[in-house]
Design a protein around this ligand. Sequence first.
Ligand code: ITT
Length: 204
Amino acid sequence: GSLVIATHNEGKLKEISALLGPYGLKCISAGSLGLPEPPETGTTFVENALIKARAAAEASGLAALADDSGLSVDALGGRPGVYTADWAERQWFEGSPGRDWYMAMGKVEGMLQQLGPDTDRSAAFHCVLALAWPDGEHAVYEGQCPGALTWPPRGEMGFGYDPVFVPSTRDGSETFAEIAPSEKHAISHRADAFAKMVADQFGA
Ligand code: ITT
């Protein structure tokens, strides 16, 4: 069958397409269908993922998969969390010369530096995948990847906050942006949620 990938984030779209590769589904991006981006008014990853999946399923008449994700920093009480994208957007609209993720990363780092050099740098990426069908049926799957923040950013691969995140599930100090996509897919928050979805939906 066909599946609408209800994201307007290129980095996510690439990863979701790669993760779905083995399952022989025809993936259609929300952008290519011209679907609007619904306002993410939820206060949890689950709420926002469902908002996006349901809106895409209703508008397209097809099954839709959405991803709501973000970075939770322990020393910041779990922030930015569901507001991870928002922090970056705000930087962009408030006069950054380009859509520069490093501004948002700098904001996270600036807050940690204010807390002092001995601050615990533990953080975790979260991902909630939501599936929705035009008849209203839906399912959600949650994934996590524990790690720590590092500064300055390192690496060219991946997207978003990858250059400042060192996953703790590998030995070594490489960031997500320094490892191959296949290696990120072995351990990432998105892959964790994906494995649960695949087990439930495809029985694999
Ligand atoms: P859609 O809602 O259209 O899917 P978005 O970018 O607005 O796109 P979110 O609201 O879920 O998506 O925000 C997720 C934020 O977390 C965003 O700033 C991403 O760059 C970041 N993020 C999520 N997964 C990531 C990953 O694997 N690596 C790096 N950054 C990630």
